[in-house]
Ligand binder design. Sequence first.
Ligand code: G2I
Length: 491
Amino acid sequence: MKPPTTGTERHRTRARGPATALAVIAAGAVALGLAIPAHAASTLKAAAEARGRYFGTALTRGDLGISAEVNLAAAQFDMVTPGNEMKWDATEPSKGSFNFGSGDQIVSFAQSHGMRVRGHNLVWHAQLPAWVGGVPLNQVQGVMENHITTEATHYKGKVYAWDVINEPYNEDGTLRQDVFYRAMGSGYIAAALRAAHAADPNAKLYINDYNIEGINAKSNGLYSLAQSLLSQGVPLHGIGLESHFIVGQVPSSLQANMERFAALGLDVAITELDDRIQMPADSSELQQQGTDYGRVVNACLAVPRCVGVSQWGVDDGHTWIPGTFPGYGAPMMWDSSYQPKPAYQAALSALNSGTSSPSQSPSQSPSQSPTSSPSVSPSRSPSASPSPSSSPIGGACSATIKTINSWGGGFQSEVTVRAGSAPVNGWTVKWSWPGGQSISSLWNGRQSTSGSSVTVSNESYNGSIAAGASTTFGFTANGSAATPTATCTSP
Ligand code: G2I
């Protein structure tokens, strides 16, 4: 129950000119007792990029016509999720008839402002046009795969990630009995991920859901599914935690939950953050909201595989919350006059505090996703690496493959690439599989395979390694766990 508020306790907003915005931010930080270092970035995106993350927002086509909102979005965010424009009802309103006009507008807005795009979404029980429910069950798979193939092909190369499967779970950790489940059972998820991967092999493929932020029955169901999918070599790359929170109720197990998914070799992302307050919001609730936003950002920063945070909207004047939760509102980092709230200061301060998380090599480009896990320290006992490693070639680099998880029919490995006595600028690691193994998913490297020969080269953000330092890439593979000798060369 919300305590009654008095008029003096209530937060009041008043219009302020843009010239005072920085002073407002600084004053807000001081008022909150936040220490913002002199080198601190002054936007969420710059601060996130300095930590190897992105900070995103959701925008609808309607939002694009609101200049104050889009100007703020372009200044603060470097990732955009279309709020509705890539959903099935928008893109295939009648069978086989596709319309990507609205989604394209969001993509071109993002591209013209140097922002990336999270595709949202391909398969979801909601915002599904009625005709899909009328498809005979033995034709649903074909209809689903055609939808995925057509949409993911249209946006190939333009989306960083896809929410391939959206909100598949009931609260008790069982799968929803939607039309896809009724037609294919749980196999619809693997089929959808495979179709999306075939259409756009470079997009990171996610399962996205709400109420899976903490460790609970629902996230346990998803965790088991993720393990099973990876063990079958299904191209699943990430878990999206929507994070539609109520003020003061961020789950205490958020970080631990992200860590357990990350330990499977998956990226994790906060995909739809908002933090609703029973209206009217008073100042202590707005402070608590700041605490909540700071906790979410800090949890992401603490997990190397957490690639970024997206808020589901920009300002309190344009949010889905009051329409769905009557009496609630004010869930965003900016108020309805586009003024920053304590939540904004807290998110920015969290990003600006501390240094890069341990997974990131100093050379990492800020706009890229972080590397998978901490580098192996030079003092680590050789026995920690069960596989032989190659000697540095010409002093350039060496590579060590280590198995970190295995299950019936598959395994996960981490490869440490270490520079010799001189810095490395670009690297290529090669090995041969001894027994028919095949890679199902690889991160932090670019793979090419020919028969049993595997070649992995650096991504743009992890090619430079200081003398004696290291970076890692990882993969999941089919077959029995193997640690072949790898060679490393540098141009
Ligand atoms: O509900 C919040 C989000 C939960 N996770 C998945 C997201 O895709 C979802 O987004 C919201 C949009 O922000 C709303 O804008 O999804 C809602 C529908 O499930 C969207 O609302 C719908 C309205 O309910 C419709 O009446 C309207 O026609 O937006 C439609 C397009 O404007």
